[in-house]
Write a protein that binds this ligand. Structure first.
Ligand code: S3P
Length: 455
């Protein structure tokens, strides 16, 4: 028996030069909010009703994990889920391993949530997750009084044991990370004191917003470009209704596909516009993109809008380190947009990309270089030189190694829509972790993308 979980069967995919993309499609549910809705629902008293949940593999792993800790998690149909939380009874020790699949957010948040209860649990994940650093959560959780036992260094599998009596901490994470912040806040709910996280740079704030919706008092104070966030334990969560809006990180793929494919005119509906997530849209606008947000409204406590995007003449820009937190998952697809821009796009201060589902700087650079795009790799960044609308399109023709990383896979396929020769990827199966409807949605817009199995 192995501790590394089985992945879905791999299959290849291929994209080639497409006609203009057109139409109006709906963005899939936000991955960050979907994890949090299930976890907070499982911790709460009563039944949480969720709509718009992303039914990607990462989220299904979190749903299963919450069942393992004793919550009842039931799918009602198409994005509609009910979670009956453990409330005052608290999480129980799971009978089997907690398998978080490919999900860094899942494992780090669930460890924080579980830490506050008297239990023992073994966390495992797939090959990609088993390579990712966990010290960033093991350090604060250990400081709070949890026993964390890793088999090798700080990697999964990890056994967490807690007596449920944690100490509140005042912690400054060394890296800008919403996962670390959220892990500590969730553990802080079951302490006897005030847990404080000091973020030098503000990261996505869905945990703070959603905790407030579950009736927890979360204090936030601005600190330069960051914030000090705190909550007082013990705190009880009250079940609520969560409407999950569309994921701006997933919407980025059809948006950039439309921006770079000549003649395109597309609307992506229901995109969350939380300012901690919209860094990419600001950079694209600076690059000259036609990108218009219409029909602003509120959903699930967040602002959402429909994004109208047209094929655009882009120019290179410098993306400074301060932008990283608000677009951390969007650099691979931004690099694809940059490969059609005039001149250089310089991306700095993004060393965190090296510890995502893959080393995303190395994987993006390889993907572009093998397809004929001029690109330079640095330890904490990359520079892409594009030929502009009137220069030759990138050659394409490569078989891209995705390293089991959904965002590298989707970025490579979007690049293939404008290259001289088709772009293939070695495996497309993991796209379902965050964007299970990717192929159907892209084809609906007219993208020329094929898979080697029906999808
Ligand atoms: C996430 C935080 C980010 C992001 C990830 C989702 C979250 O990770 O890359 O896809 O939901 O909290 P880090 O916290 O490691 O930056």
């Amino acid at each position: 028996m192995t501790n590394i979980t089985d992945s879905p069967s791999p299959f290849t995919a291929r994209a080639q030069a497409s006609r203009a993309l057109s139409g109006s499609v709906r963005a899939p549910g936000d991955k960050s909010m979907s994890h949090r809705a299930l976890i907070l629902g499982a911790m709460a008293d009563g039944m949480t009703e969720i709509t718009g949940l992303l039914e990607g593999a990462d989220i299904l792993s979190t749903a299963e994990a919450m069942r393992g800790f004793g919550a009842s998690v039931i799918r009602q149909g198409d994005g509609g889920w009910h979670v009956v939380g453990r409330g005052a009874n608290g999480f129980v020790s799971p009978q089997t391993e907690i398998d978080c699949g490919n999900a860094g957010t899942g494992v780090r948040l669930i460890m924080g949530a579980a830490a506050g209860y008297a239990l023992k649990a073994k966390f495992i994940g797939d090959a990609s997750l088993s390579r990712r650093p966990m010290a960033r959560v093991l350090t604060p959780l250990t400081e709070m009084g949890v026993k964390m036992q890793a088999t090798s260094g700080d990697k999964l599998p990890i056994i967490l044991s807690s007596d449920g009596r944690l100490s509140a901490i005042d912690y400054t994470p060394p890296q800008a990370s919403a996962q670390v912040k959220s892990c500590i806040l969730l553990a802080g709910l079951n302490t006897d004191g005030v847990t404080i996280v000091r973020e030098p740079h503000l990261t996505r704030d869905h945990t703070e917003n959603m905790l407030a919706a579950f009736g927890v008092k979360v204090e936030r104070r601005k600190m330069g470009p960051g914030q000090v966030v705190s909550l007082k334990g013990p705190a009880r969560l009250r079940a609520t209704r969560v409407d999950v809006p569309g994921d701006p990180s997933s919407a980025a793929f059809p948006i950039i596909a439309a921006l770079i494919t000549p003649g395109s005119d597309v609307i992506i509906e229901n995109v969350m516009m939380n300012p901690t997530r919209t860094g990419l849209f600001e950079v694209l606008t600076e690059m000259g993109a036609f990108l218009r947000a219409d029909n602003f409204r509120r959903s699930g406590g967040e602002i959402v809008a429909d994004i109208h995007v047209k094929h655009s003449r882009l120019h290179g820009v410098v993306v400074p380190p301060e932008n990283a937190a608000s677009m951390i998952d969007e650099y691979p697809i931004l690099a694809v947009a940059a490969s059609t821009a005039t001149g250089q796009t310089v991306m700095n201060g993004i060393s965190e990309l090296r510890v995502k589902e893959s080393d995303r700087i190395a994987a993006t650079v390889a993907m572009l270089a093998e397809n004929g795009v001029e690109v330079i790799e640095r330890q904490d960044g990359m520079t892409v030189t594009g030929q502009g609308l009137h220069g030759p399109a990138p050659k394409g023709g490569a078989q891209v190694v995705t390293h089991h990383d959904h965002r590298i896979a989707m970025s490579a396929l979007v690049l293939g829509l404008i290259t001289q020769n088709p772009v293939c990827i070695d495996d497309a199966s993991m796209i379902a972790t965050s964007f299970p409807g990717f192929f159907d949605l892209m084809r609906e817009l007219g993208a020329n993308i094929a898979t080697d199995t029906p999808s």
